[in-house]
Design a protein around this ligand. Structure first.
Ligand code: G3I
Length: 456
């Protein structure tokens, strides 16, 4: 986030003073009080995590704190697009796997960050647009989520897609220019690839009720109403010297939409209020039953991206700061709520009340291809006929020597010759004339004939 954007929080310092209480009053009976952040968060069924860097795992002070204090980890950079797919179709997971394995060795949750973000796109993707970029983006989501399938607690599927300022609109980017449905397409592909992971939208400057957070709120509400699979919203919470007075109310309004909320990148500028602001954020999460955990964006001040602002819980030498104590005390004081069950609840499609899909409706399919020497991505559009459809299959013929290597938003029978694709749970039901898409990547050359579609 640009520094200018963060500075607006300075204006909120006085508001913060009204919503915090002294950390020293928050300690409860020492018999129950846990002595680390992770253990104290676990008392209410939550996690307390840190963003970590693979390059620092050889630092004994760093890993000592990490192993002792945290029960969740997020890769600061290692699972981003530029790190995992530095050239198109060549995936590198070495550093991402180091973070994953560190998390596994700690028995910690691993938050995946981030499948798609307009920043840290690899150079090859930065220069792409349109269908080629859409296909590359879908393939990226599918490949990375598949590599980490079953191991990620929650994925930031899309990061920072909304504009700052008062518009509440999407941010312009080459991803956005592929079509406004790029976010829901990404969520659907992520769900198909890793049904067990919670799927989150993540953003900054969303720490109170404002135009940007309301734009995101409206998107989440729309997704929930249409059965687009979304489970959680991340509030980065890169804070200055204040916190909006409606911080907790903002978390609650999202939770009331039926998604979990998580504090995903917390750091707070060092200043008179740092410890109190950290405590306020912690208490706000504890007070919202669907707030499942808090992640700080780094361990020691010297590990932070905010050079010179000393925004974290440990000083450069690894000593606990006052902010650490205030968070621990707030966690040990407990909250009024426990988080709801943590398994993701794949959003079932919500068929409209007025259309009840009948068996036997017809459908049609068309294919668009993005090909290169030796490979291709096929995007298949499935369109229901004049009656609603409750399940569909699409069959096509691949040229000799071609093979399917991965599929999203459908399951395939066979990989060569005649291949049949069947709908997945969320895209089988189509209203009369309704449309859905799935895709697959293959080696060789793509199908040339129009695919056959049959409805259940
Ligand atoms: O690893 C290279 C190194 O080899 C090279 O010599 C050096 C030269 O600049 O760059 C190093 O990479 C840097 C990388 O951090 C690792 O330190 C990149 O330049 C730098 O751009 C990158 O910054 C990261 C930033 O995202 C990128 O926008 C920060 O570490 C990371 O904390 C920050 O995290 C973001 C979240 O993902 C999303 N929300 C905002 C947050 C803060 O900006």
């Amino acid at each position: 986030m640009p520094l200018l954007k963060r500075n607006r929080f300075l204006l909120l310092a006085s508001a913060a003073a009204g919503v915090v209480v002294a950390a020293s009053v928050a300690v409860i009976g020492t018999a129950e009080a846990a002595s680390t952040l992770g253990a104290s968060a676990a008392q209410s069924g939550r996690y307390f995590g840190a963003a970590i860097a693979a390059g620092r795992l050889g630092d004994a002070t760093y890993t000592g704190i990490l192993n002792r204090e945290f029960n969740s980890v997020t890769p600061e950079n290692e699972m981003k697009w530029d790190a995992t797919e530095p050239s198109q179709g060549r995936f590198t997971y070495t550093n991402g796997d180091r973070i994953l394995n560190q998390g596994i060795s700690m028995g910690a949750k691993v938050r995946g960050h981030a499948l798609l973000w307009y920043q840290q796109e690899p150079g090859w993707a930065q220069s792409m647009s349109g269908t080629a970029l859409r296909n590359a983006m879908m393939n990226h989501v599918t490949q990375v989520a598949t590599h980490y399938k079953g191991k990620i607690y929650a994925w930031d599927v899309v990061n920072e897609a909304f504009a700052d300022g008062g518009s509440g609109a999407r941010r312009d980017s080459n991803l956005q220019r592929t079509g406004n449905d790029w976010i829901e397409a990404a969520f659907r592909a992520a769900r198909a690839a890793d049904p067990a992971a919670k799927l989150c939208y993540n953003d900054y400057n969303t720490d109170g009720v404002n135009a940007k957070s309301t734009g995101i709120y409206n998107m989440v509400r729309d997704f929930k109403s249409r059965g687009v699979p979304i489970d959680c919203v991340g509030f980065q919470s890169h804070l200055g010297t204040g916190i909006p007075g409606d911080y907790q109310a903002n978390l609650q309004r999202f939770a009331d939409l039926g998604v979990d909320v998580q504090i995903t990148e917390l750091d707070v500028a060092q200043g008179g209020n740092q410890a109190n602001i950290y405590a306020s954020v912690t208490r706000a999460c504890l007070a919202v039953s669907r707030c499942t955990g808090i992640t700080v964006w780094g361990i020691r001040d010297s590990d932070s991206w905010r050079t010179g602002e000393n925004p974290l819980l440990f000083d450069n030498s690894g000593n606990k700061k006052a902010a650490y104590t205030s968070v621990l005390n707030a966690l040990n004081a407990g909250g009024t709520t426990s988080p709801s069950p943590s398994s993701p609840s794949p959003s079932a499609p919500s068929p409209s009340a007025s259309t009840s899909p009948q068996p036997g409706g017809a459908c049609s399919a068309s294919v668009s291809l993005n090909s290169w020497n030796g490979g291709f991505v096929a995007t298949i559009k499935v369109t229901a006929g004049s009656a609603p459809v409750n399940g569909w299959t699409v069959s096509l013929s691949l040229p000799s020597g071609s093979a399917v290597t991965s599929t999203w938003s459908a399951t395939n029978s066979g990989t060569t010759g005649n291949v049949t694709f069947r709908n997945v749970s969320y895209n089988g039901q189509l209203a009369a004339g309704g449309v859905t898409e799935f895709g697959f990547q293959g080696t060789g050359t793509g199908p040339t004939a129009t695919p056959a579609c049959s409805a259940a």
